[in-house]
Ligand binder design. Structure first.
Ligand code: MN
Length: 182
């Protein structure tokens, strides 16, 4: 995770510092607003903005979701919503794992609140953020890029996802859930 933070996330930030020189609006607008309106980003920097701003957003979200301490399992309203949507927490984890395993190439698997205010699971390609998927609001997300797991798990993406659950700070996930529910 240290290498992941200091090499991979740092690269996205370095790239953004280059892109802001070509398109100064990048530093002025809220990140989510830019990502939801990529068509208004100049074509010359659009792909770079999508990949690097998305990567910066996703990783910033990911690190704090894994902050040490906090609840080790969902409780309260979040647990109730998970049970209602999936049956129980283990079944939800299985659906997230499946989304991660079936994401071809690189991307992320998300548990999110959809526009109907119900929990849903999906994956996004590359560094696309969950907002780009029908404006969903994320509760948690797991990085399934090979760079997230190859050092310890080689090609065993499923084993990495199984272990990753042990790092989740469910207090943070619950905050995300409350924010998503408005
Ligand atoms: Mn990553």
């Amino acid at each position: 995770m240290h290498l992941h933070h200091n090499n991979h996330h740092a690269a996205y930030v370095n790239n953004l510092n280059g892109l802001v020189e070509k398109w100064p609006d990048l530093a002025k607008k809220p990140i989510e607003e830019i990502l939801l309106n990529l068509n208004s980003v100049p074509e010359t920097v659009r792909t770079g903005v999508r990949n690097n701003l998305g990567g910066h957003w996703n990783h910033s979200y990911f690190w704090v979701l894994m902050s040490p301490g906090g609840a080790k399992a969902p409780k309260g309203d979040l647990k109730g919503a998970i049970d209602a949507a999936f049956g129980d927490v283990d079944k939800m984890k299985a659906v997230v794992k499946q989304a991660g395993l079936t994401r071809f190439g690189s991307g992320w698997a998300w548990l999110a609140v959809g526009k109907d205010k119900k929990l849903t699971v999906f994956s996004t390609p590359n560094q696309d953020t969950p907002h780009m998927n029908l404006d969903a609001k994320p509760v948690l997300g797991v990085d399934v890029w090979e760079h997230a797991y190859y050092l310890k798990y080689q090609s065993r993406r499923g084993d990495y996802i199984d272990s990753w659950w042990n790092t989740v700070n469910w207090d943070r996930a619950e905050e995300n859930f409350k924010k998503a529910m408005g």
